[in-house]
Design a protein around this ligand. Sequence first.
Ligand SMILES: Cc1ncc(COP(=O)(O)O)c(C=O)c1O
Length: 474
Amino acid sequence: MDQKRTPLFDALRDHARRNPLSFHVPGHKNGTIYTGEARDWFEKLLNIDLTELPGLDDLHQPEGVIKEAQKLTASFYQADHTFFLVGGSTSGNLAMIFAICQPGDTVIVQRNSHKSIMHALELAGAHPVFLTPLYSKQTGRLSEITLHQLKEALEQYPEAKGVVLTYPDYFGHTYPLKKLIETAHDHHIPVIVDEAHGAHFVLGNPFPTSALELGADIVVQSAHKMLPAMTMTAWLHLRSELIAYERVSRYVHMFQSSSPSYPLMASLDLARYYLANLSRKQIHEIIQSVKGVRAMFKMLPYWEVLPCEAHVDDMLKIIVQVKEGYQARDIARALERNGIYPEMVTDDQILFIFGLSPYTEMQVLEKALERLDPEKTDNSIKLTQAEMKPIQDLAISYDQMRKMKTEWVVWDKAVGRITAESVTPYPPGIPYLLKGERINKEHVKTLQQYIGQNQYIQYARDRLKEGIYVFKQE
Ligand SMILES: Cc1ncc(COP(=O)(O)O)c(C=O)c1O
């Protein structure tokens, strides 16, 4: 297919150029009615913030420009079908979980999955079996699901209806996925992958191989994370002999707005165009420019720049490990004071993400880095890694949870009880204690450390400082 085409964007632009009279939604009438000075900021975009008009197709029944834009994307990614998503990977993750399981079905899931996967499992009434990734000394994080783990899980749960993996992790690190996929396929079990951070892996060398190329059945990617695309844009690719198109399509539509944003969909069309038309030379220049920043970062005394291995790590990411005597958060604040905003800060690492164009602000960056003045603190507490079983079931089913009452208990009384609400420290933004998981001593200790360090913890209930909500014992 002709990857120079941008059918959806072209249709919107052409419509806007005709200065049409709007007697349809949305109520801003092509941007002519808007609030105060915000109109100046929004105006251009509002001109193409259209609706399902003749020639603009319909995401929920694509027959024209949206169909073509999706086909171009599928062709570029070598998927059988690509679905545009305007609710981020979140909506794709919901759809892919529903596509593989019925209530009560066993699903093998990477334990450090994004909360959208956890929500999907709960909503679908699945029976999740969690695989805890191995702690990697090299990355300082829970990074890798092993073949041994998966084989053991498949032996224990041969009835599993699917394997749900996340690849790469938030930091762009990957693990040997091909063997995992082949093993699941040997059991006729589909593998669905949350590749939210890897939409650009399709570019090939020196990026890791994309999950779709490695044989995954469904792959969900946030275009907005690593591609030049607007926030909330994502897509779902399907290439499977084990999952029916109709099932995926049904849920993709159920989890999306009936009025999907045209600027977002056009942004997907343009992001695919951008990727598909990057030359090897341009990719090389991008990588070289990031290497330049790495070299600059290496000169600073506050941190160590972690190695980045081609084909394993995402070369568009730089991770620094903060040295003893400094707090990552203090350094991040110092960076922000100087106009530098990293993507993520953990207790001891900072993640910087680059875009798909050579980095051009070297001098500005260098000057800003020279002005850095992070506080020195000798009290940097290292968070301990909690003990987690390599393969873990929830203590009770989601169906049982739905019917049970909850109560709040102080931390001293929490051990042995079942968590009524997931506890997700940010960063790293993954549920540390899952709803339905039995609380052990290690959980309490680690969570109290997080709390003691004033770490932001996402928790849908209150009073986490002193205790936790658990299911009532009848
Ligand atoms: C691994 C992973 N999956 C899914 C998501 C959700 O993606 P989105 O923000 O596109 O809905 C995120 C967001 O941070 C993520 O990190």
